[in-house]
Design a protein around this ligand. Structure first.
Ligand code: HXC
Length: 520
């Protein structure tokens, strides 16, 4: 064998070894837990054959606690780039088979390298997390490594989309990198995220909790709102990444990809004319409105289980990607509370950062009253939503379906927060508050003066009817130009598409500043 052939053989062997990560036994152990290896995950995610790996031969350089005897090609992370639907993405995937995917200084350098490249190339970064956290043997170097990643997450925020999947443990400070990214996808079967694990919780607070109760996918999807999506398993989680990216631009200087639209743009949806119940206190499902108006009824809901009184989703109108925010009358009458405000505010800011127009569907009785909300800072959380809508410069189309009361009217992409085109259905009710509340305030003295209960009830009904007549319609707002047009529900799809088309060249910028001071 020639010397060259020897060297090539050596390279091939090294590559083979590197691709085995921590070895076949550990890959098997990974499989036996229902988990895939880092490279299997990458191959499932990317377009076939598109993965270009970097730093396959990096090794950790730590010599503490005998760890120098445990070195592997690539260390605990696989990094590189590839394509998804032909579009460039950068990717890193923790390799749990190597020292539990725990983060070393060398791994951090690998991850930072591809994050820097992603920023220069203007391409999304996807992180597949499955790690035991900071590599204990490396001490402060591991902490420094984590923090180098965090800083890059922060600087990349609003420049390139950043998506994290959690397919295993994500504990301690390592939760912060995913938390700094735009979207977190957790697999139902095998992921958990927490700052301190069950044993520390037990010591500090005395609580007995399992990993799943503390930080499983369901908990983060429904209670904390940390997870934006939950997938049944890893395969569907990776498919979700592909779908999510299809709605997003590559970076903040580009628009989301325009897809071919196979749905009629002037599709009439007769049933929308009847979807609002005659009884104003009766609910309906706003997702039926969404699926009736968007292309092919297809939409992708973010944070579906968290604050379900508001819906946030991506969809398309005539092939153009939009973010939809909709009050959900089916849950708590669609009232705005702290969680709903936070959820929608973050979604709106994401859309605005990435040039994705926002369509808002309004049916909201107001903000949720009570000490629970006030003590929890609903003022400041509601202000976040106001702030997000008010600073957004992307096209904003609003449709009031039914109630738009009080502060909630102001907040939900009203004309006064630079809503570009604001429609109402004829069923719109735009007022400071609902009829019975208004009457009890406006006529409290008159009602107190009436002694007979029958007379009191009669007067109340009369005044409620008067108020309803005056305000439970969109014409008063339309009179002032706060509503640009009152539209037939069945035409909503076409009207939104036409509005978005007219707003395609919108140019609006905010005053120059270092950054705003959103009420966090
Ligand atoms: C070094 C680690 C490691 C770590 C796991 N391993 N975590 N090595 N540093 N942080 C090693 C294990 O020793 C083992 O090596 C291999 O990875 C697989 O781990 P197992 O424990 O066998 O796997 P499993 O039973 O599935 O348990 C996984 C686990 C557990 C729950 C993640 O390993 C664990 O609790 N690890 C420690 C988690 C932790 O406390 N991390 C530090 C968090 S603090 P061998 O050779 O035996 O196969 C932190 C601070 C960051 O991250 C701050 C940033 C600001």
């Amino acid at each position: 064998m020639s010397e060259n052939a020897n060297k090539i053989k050596h390279l091939q062997n090294n590559r083979k070894n590197a691709r085995l990560g921590g070895g076949e036994k550990r890959i098997e152990a990974q499989h036996s837990k229902g988990k895939y290896s880092a490279r299997e995950r990458i191959n499932m995610l990317l377009d076939e054959g598109s993965f270009e790996e970097y730093d396959m031969f990096v090794k950790h350089r730590c010599t503490n606690f005998g760890i120098e005897k445990q070195t592997y090609f690539g260390d605990g992370v696989v990094t590189g780039n590839g394509t998804i639907d032909g579009r460039l993405v950068y990717i890193y995937a923790h390799d749990f088979t190597i020292l539990g995917g725990s983060l070393s200084e060398a791994m951090s350098a690998k991850i930072c390298k591809i994050m820097d490249m992603a920023m220069q190339m203007g391409a999304p970064v996807i992180g597949i997390n499955d790690s035991g956290g900071a590599r204990i043997q490396e001490g402060v170097n591991a902490l420094a490594g984590f923090t180098e990643i965090f800083e890059r997450n922060i600087l990349a925020s609003g420049v390139i989309p950043q998506i994290s999947t959690i397919f295993g443990p994500c504990a301690g400070g390592s939760v912060y990198s995913p938390a700094l990214t735009d979207f977190i996808i957790m697999s139902q079967s095998n992921s958990y995220m927490f700052l301190t694990g069950p044993s520390v919780v037990k010591t500090v607070t005395g609580e007995d909790v399992t990993q799943d109760q503390l930080g499983g996918a369901s908990v983060h999807a429904s209670k904390s709102g940390v997870a934006h999506f939950v997938s049944v398993d890893e395969e569907s989680g990776l498919q979700l990444v592909r779908k999510l990216l299809s709605f997003l631009p590559q970076n903040n200087m580009e628009d989301a990809p325009q897809m071919a639209c196979t749905d009629s743009i002037d599709r009439i949806e007769e049933e929308l004319n009847d979807i609002i119940p005659d009884n104003p206190n009766k609910a309906y499902d706003v997702t039926e409105v969404i699926s009736a108006i968007v292309d092919n009824g297809d939409f992708l809901e973010s944070q579906k289980q968290f604050a379900p009184n508001i819906i946030t989703c991506f969809a398309r109108f005539n092939g153009q990607s939009v973010g939809i925010v909709a009050n959900q009358p089916k849950v708590m009458a669609g009232v705005l509370d702290s969680n709903a405000s936070r959820k929608a505010a973050r979604f709106i800011r994401f859309c605005d950062a990435f040039n994705i127009p926002i369509v808002t569907l309004v049916d909201v009785p107001g903000f949720l009253p009570g000490t629970g909300q006030e003590y929890g800072g609903v003022i400041v959380h509601g202000a976040k939503l106001m702030f997000a809508y008010g600073e957004a410069t992307v096209p904003k189309v609003t449709v009031i379906l039914r109630k738009a009361y009080g502060g909630a009217y102001c907040v939900m992409s009203s004309k006064h927060l630079r809503g570009d085109i604001n429609y109402s259905w004829p069923t719109g009710e735009i007022a400071v508050m609902g009829a019975s509340g208004a009457v009890s305030v406006l006529y409290s003295r008159a009602l107190k003066a009436v002694e007979s209960p029958e007379e009191k009830a009669k007067l109340t009904t009369e005044k409620i009817e008067e108020y309803t007549e005056a305000f439970a319609n969109p014409y008063n707002a339309a009179k002032y130009g706060y509503i640009d047009d009152i539209i037939e529900p069945k035409n909503t799809r076409f009207r939104i598409i036409r509005s978005l088309s007219s707003l395609a060249t919108k140019k609006l910028s905010n005053p120059a500043k270092k950054h705003s001071n959103i009420p966090l």
